[in-house]
Design a protein around this ligand. Structure first.
Ligand SMILES: *Cc1c(COP(=O)(O)O)cnc(C)c1O
Length: 387
């Protein structure tokens, strides 16, 4: 069966897609690709020679420097950690907030954000998002922070979509509440010529295999200055700072030289990897029907490793319709953190937008080698469904 669909809203033609061929092939929602062994090997050989395997070794230091150059921030502001979740927790802990205080956070995020708050000894208080930014509204948060006993504010960069971080510095200044930015999916958004620049608030990036730039497991914290960074760094190494005296009750969240080796190999391939992500982004922008809503400013000078779209109607039947046609989908953020059993007991404001977006959202297959025909096919199914 071949079809030629015309989408009147976008005025382009869904070129002929052979459903027979495509239907036989299962299309996974994600298929991470990290640098291959060939790229990593030279760095492994350096480790062999260095006899240095962890604790801020030579490869770690070069990785940190090269990330600083990529993001256009002083190397000393960067702290490499074992995951973004740990980085968020330590960034909160570095502020010495009284235990048990509330941390304002959107419910519309990955569950790791809430987990980081609880593990830092704070209580998440879930807030709704603004429908335009898919993120917290600064003036609403400022209003709440002035009226309640709030210890911190955790802002989430939704699926990598840029936010105005200077605005959040103002909120931090006016309320006296530290603001931490969960920029887990924003590795590329933060680059030196990218659409979101780190300001004074601590920014945390994930280097997990499922993000645009992966090392397997890992994360990076960008602190306001080298002194703030060193405080977080001390927390990653048992509270030690330049000796064997524990100044804080730290944990072990250091990355090994092997992680740094993958990171350096990933950086060597980054230009090519980025171009491949951009290709997938552009294909979806070309073929998706205009009846679905993309994340704010999607792919506008930044790339992400996921694509969550909003449908005009409840997405659960679309999901089963896609699955029947061998297309896997996922709700990356479920129905919001407040719906997860571990977090239902925490307090929250009314969450109408979160509820609505969770019902209408769907995460589509998005990975480096996905074929153009697969994207056309997926968009075709969506188009037919929403008609
Ligand atoms: C991926 C992600 C995390 C978790 O990052 P890890 O490095 O896996 O700990 C946290 N928050 C958001 C919004 C994410 O997308």
């Amino acid at each position: 069966m071949k079809r030629n669909l015309i989408n009147p809203m976008k005025n382009h033609i869904f070129s002929e897609v052979s459903n027979d061929i495509l239907q036989k092939k299962f299309i996974a929602v994600a298929r991470p690709s990290l640098p291959t062994a060939e790229y990593i090997l030279p760095y492994l050989q350096q480790i062999d020679q260095n006899h240095w395997y962890s604790n801020q070794g030579p490869l770690h230091n070069i990785f940190q420097e090269r990330l600083g150059a990529l993001w256009g921030v002083e190397t000393g502001r960067i702290v490499l950690v074992t995951s973004a979740t740990t980085g968020l927790s330590l960034a909160l802990r570095a502020h010495n907030i009284t235990h048990g205080k509330y941390c304002l956070v959107p419910s519309w995020t990955f569950v790791a954000t809430a987990s980081a708050i609880v593990n830092a000894g704070l209580k998440p208080h879930f807030l709704d998002i603004s429908p335009n930014t898919w993120s917290l509204d600064p003036s609403y948060v400022e209003y709440l922070a002035e009226r309640r006993d709030i210890g911190a504010i955790l802002v989430v960069v939704p699926f990598g979509a840029p936010l105005d971080l200077a605005e959040w510095d103002n909120v931090a200044e006016r309320t006296g509440c530290p603001v931490i930015i969960d920029a887990a999916a924003a590795f590329d958004t933060l680059r030196s010529d990218g659409p979101m620049r780190p300001q004074k608030s601590t920014v945390v990036v994930s280097l997990h295999a499922t993000k645009v730039f992966g090392v397997g497991e890992g994360g990076a914290v960008i602190a306001r200055d080298p002194i703030a960074a060193e405080r977080i760094r001390a927390l990653t190494r048992f509270g030690f700072s330049g000796g064997r005296i524990a100044h804080y009750s730290g944990i072990n969240a250091k990355i090994s030289e092997y992680t740094a080796a993958v990171g350096l190999a990933s950086l060597d391939c980054w230009a090519i990897t980025r171009a491949k992500w951009n290709r997938v982004t552009e294909l979806y922008k070309k073929y998706l029907p205009s009846t679905v809503t993309l994340p704010p400013n999607f792919g506008n000078s930044w790339i992400s490793s996921t694509l969550t779209v909003l449908c005009s109607v409840n997405s659960s039947t679309l999901q089963s319709c896609l699955l029947k046609r061998q297309v896997e989908t996922v709700l990356w953020w479920g129905y919001g953190c407040h719906e997860q059993p571990a977090y239902t007991a925490y307090t929250r404001e009314a969450l109408p937008v979160t509820h609505d977006y969770a019902q209408r959202s769907v995460g589509l297959p998005f990975w480096l080698g996905i074929e153009e025909e697969s994207i056309q096919y997926i968009c075709n199914v969506i188009f037919n469904y929403l008609e």
